[in-house]
Design a protein around this ligand. Structure first.
Ligand SMILES: C[S@@+](CC[C@H](N)C(=O)[O-])C[C@H]1O[C@@H](n2cnc3c(N)ncnc32)[C@H](O)[C@@H]1O
Length: 351
């Protein structure tokens, strides 16, 4: 299924094995005999990263974002693997996919012959999907998350992990029954181009899910921009430390276990009427200060780091996405209401 990326997207590759164990190639090379390119296999993961010749602004931008995620996924290798975290995350995907129950989520994965998860992070969902399908699950990540995902899934015989840029995914077009990218595409230099690049990999009639950040109200946008201007420039460890007071505020607000009721919406700030948990009200509308009791302190702090450190983290509106769908000729798509912070889009590619 893997092929040379980019222009040579149809070339098949020859495998030279240096080291293997129990049928898994740990190191070796994939060789494109026609084009001359060689792709190393490092610690079980085929690596399709290329360095552009010229100074390329998109490459520079992506490289800075990749530093954040290589660091994060080397530190948080077991994210999503504990039972409490799994429960929370499965429920998260159920909502994002617009399904009624966890059994439906399992059946959803079970239906696919070939699936691709882009930007899998620790690989917790690759593992979940692989154990609930008879098909194949491919995972692709540009950062060292690829190695973490491989470590967490290499015991499964229906998983393949590659390290590559989704803009040059080493798979032929029209390959997958299902492609998903959860919290990934807004971390590339151009979210719309990323949607288009992955859409090409979906088979006619196949499905594509993506979740991207949503444009938030004015005060939250100001706080995001103000903090990110400083925090993106810090090295990862300094940024984790800088996030701690924000995480502590999130916990303190959550510990209040309090609600407030607004009888009228505050339209100028995008705050709806209704009863709001105080921490969530603050988090969605004033300052992202994540806290969730399902995770330990370090993991909660990492979620805030994940927001404030990446070089690229674009926010989008429903209107923009409707326009992207129109340009792709997609008529069958829906927004699923999972959380006010993001837009969950499930689409079907026309046959
Ligand atoms: C916020 S993490 C999301 C991880 C996981 N989907 C989750 O929800 O926990 C974003 C992931 O996207 C990956 N990523 C960002 N840009 C990418 C690109 N151009 N190609 C492939 N992966 C990319 C990052 O390396 C990172 O692992």
């Amino acid at each position: 299924m893997v092929c040379a990326p980019g222009a040579a997207a149809r070339a098949t590759l020859r495998l030279e094995v240096d080291r293997e164990t129990e049928g898994q190639v740990l190191s070796g090379t994939l060789i494109d005999d026609e084009g001359g390119a060689r792709y190393p296999i490092v610690d079980g993961v085929p690596r399709f990263l290329s360095v552009p010749d010229a100074q390329d602004a998109a490459y520079e931008s992506q490289s800075k974002t990749t530093v954040t995620f290589s660091d994060k996924w080397s530190k948080f290798k077991s994210y999503g693997m504990k039972p409490t975290e799994q429960e929370f995350l499965q429920e998260w995907y159920r909502k994002k996919f617009g399904l009624g129950s966890i059994a439906e989520l399992e059946a959803f994965y079970g239906d696919f012959g070939a699936m691709l998860e882009v930007g899998p992070g620790s690989g917790f969902n690759v593992r979940f999907a692989s154990t609930h399908t008879k098909g194949t699950v491919c995972a692709l990540d540009i950062s060292d998350a690829a190695f973490t995902t491989y470590e967490n899934t290499c015991d499964l015989d229906n998983c393949l992990v590659v390290q590559a840029d989704l803009m040059a995914a080493p798979f032929p077009d029209d390959s997958f029954d299902f492609v998903m990218a959860d919290g990934v595409l807004h971390h590339t230099p151009d979210t719309r181009k990323a949607v288009e690049a992955l859409y090409r990999k979906v088979k006619p009639g196949g499905r594509f899910f993506f979740y991207v950040y949503k444009k938030m109200g004015a005060i939250r946008q100001f706080a995001d921009q103000h903090i990110r201007e400083s925090f993106t420039k810090l090295d990862p460890d300094a940024c984790y430390a800088a996030c701690e007071p924000i995480t502590e505020l999130g916990k303190a607000l959550s510990d209040l276990n309090a609600t407030v009721t607004l009888t009228k919406p505050i339209e100028i700030l995008g705050i709806p009427a209704g009863t709001h948990d105080v921490q969530r009200l603050f988090y969605y509308n004033f300052l992202k200060c994540f806290w969730n009791d399902a995770f330990d302190y370090e993991t909660n702090n990492m979620v805030n780091f994940d927001w404030y450190h990446p070089h690229d983290a674009w926010q989008h509106s429903e209107e923009e996405i409707v326009q992207w769908m129109g340009a792709l000729g997609v008529t069958n798509f829906q927004f699923n209401d999972a959380n006010p912070n993001g837009l969950s889009v499930m689409l079907q590619k026309p046959r």
